[in-house]
Design a protein around this ligand. Structure first.
Ligand SMILES: [Zn+2]
Length: 408
């Protein structure tokens, strides 16, 4: 089918300025044409469906590249301790489908229990349900008793031999990337943010095995010593990161991606109202300043920054993350590029996704107001397309809100 979007401004997220009064043609699942001017129907050629966007803004579909579909923080109903694997998987799928309906056409999942990420990826790819494109890691690896142990299916491994085995296990299940917990973090009790966990030989074992298979390794790393060990160990992406000058320099030298998940420490209102235990609140707010300073160093150094929320529901928290990227110092255009092109690049699909260009897959959103004037206009969603197919984003009767179901 041919789809025509006309009377719109295109923000293509290649870095070019927006193009006003454009017509975009989709044929099959691809963008087939980008033409100035509005569409004039030709007699006898009525096979296309035409959307007059009335001055709306067309962007690439948005991305969250640090999600855990089944995670709940806080978890007021104690579901993570009590529910079955099937209940967990259903909740995870609902989270992903909601995200697509909010404009997120791409999600990278950085550690999930029961291989629910792999199952949903297959289901969405096969068209069992309409969902976002998923890029999955399976289970994350941590040290025995380390960050994230006992949650989201994390595998506790010690030493390079166990690491190799665990990485191969994830690859066997269909992981697109490998996730390691290299330092302490906010959510696990009894450890500091600066605490290093995996040792260099363990990190190297993971990157050697993953790279041999052509897969990237991304690491949860707050502490500066852990970040440097991870980069020495050959990792491809730092998540979170309390970056100092040396860490930034090493990331530039080694062309390492950065997913700051900046709202995890900067969204003070959400942190205070979330109902998280005190130790988590203290760690999150206690590292806020160093996190922000490190982010600004990374921004200045031109590091490839992508957009990840690390919180559920994915839709709400990732829209907020994009706003926080701007609040933390990015331009609106750079925040949009982080949430589109750079995120697609991190997932190694920038040749097909992440920008509005002829020949790319037609994953698109339409918003009614200019997000370059006010980033929060990304919330004024009108249309979502995935691979040229129109996604139903209308309110669904009988569907209960994610918050009400799981977070109240
Ligand atoms: Zn995470």
């Amino acid at each position: 089918m041919k789809t025509i979007l006309t009377n719109c401004t295109i923000i293509d997220c290649t870095g070019e300025p927006p193009a006003k009064n454009m017509t975009l043609v989709v044929e099959g699942d691809q963008i087939a044409g980008l033409k100035p001017g509005s569409y004039q129907p030709v007699e006898g050629r009525g096979e296309a469906r035409v959307f007059d966007l009335e001055g709306g803004y067309v962007l690439p579909g948005l991305w969250d590249v640090h999600a855990h579909l089944g995670d709940l923080i806080p978890d007021p109903k104690n579901l993570l301790e009590t529910e079955s694997a099937i209940d967990y998987a259903i909740r995870a799928g609902r989270n992903a489908i909601d995200a697509l309906r909010a404009g997120f056409t791409g999600i990278r999942i950085l550690g999930e229990d029961h291989y629910a990420d792999v199952a949903w990826k297959r289901a969405f790819d096969a068209g069992v349900f309409v969902g976002p494109r998923l890029f999955v890691c399976g289970r994350a690896m941590c040290i025995t008793g380390g960050h994230g142990h006992g949650t989201l299916g994390s595998v506790e491994v010690d030493g390079p031999y166990e690491m190799r085995k665990a990485v191969r296990e994830q690859l066997k299940h269909g992981a697109d990337q490998i996730k390691l917990m290299v330092t302490g973090g906010v959510m696990t009790a009894g450890e500091g943010m600066q605490e290093s966990q995996f040792l260099l030989d363990e990190i190297q074992a993971a990157t050697e095995v993953a790279h041999q298979k052509g897969k990237r390794v991304c690491v949860h790393a707050w502490g500066t010593a852990g970040i440097k060990a991870a980069i020495r160990g050959g990792v491809d992406c730092i998540e979170h990161g309390l970056l100092d000058d040396k860490a930034v320099e090493m990331m530039v030298e080694n062309d390492v991606f950065y997913v700051p998940t900046i709202s995890v420490t900067q969204d003070e209102e959400q942190i205070l109202e979330s109902g998280m235990p005190d130790f988590m609140v203290e760690k999150a707010l206690g590292s806020a300043r160093a996190h922000l300073e490190g982010f600004q160093k990374a921004l200045k150094a031109g590091i490839k920054i992508a957009c990840g929320s690390d919180s559920s529901p994915v839709a709400d928290f990732t829209l907020s993350e994009i706003e926080h990227l701007v609040r933390a110092g990015m331009t609106e255009m750079d925040a949009l590029i982080a949430a589109t092109r750079t995120s697609a690049d991190l997932c190694e699909v920038a040749d097909r996704l992440g920008t509005v260009e002829v020949g790319k897959l037609a994953d698109l959103i339409v918003v009614s107001a200019n997000p370059l004037e006010n980033i929060s206009n990304i919330r004024k969603l009108k249309l979502v397309f995935k691979g040229g197919n129109l996604v139903d984003i209308s309110p669904q009767e009988g569907l209960v809100d994610f918050w009400e179901l799981f977070l109240e």
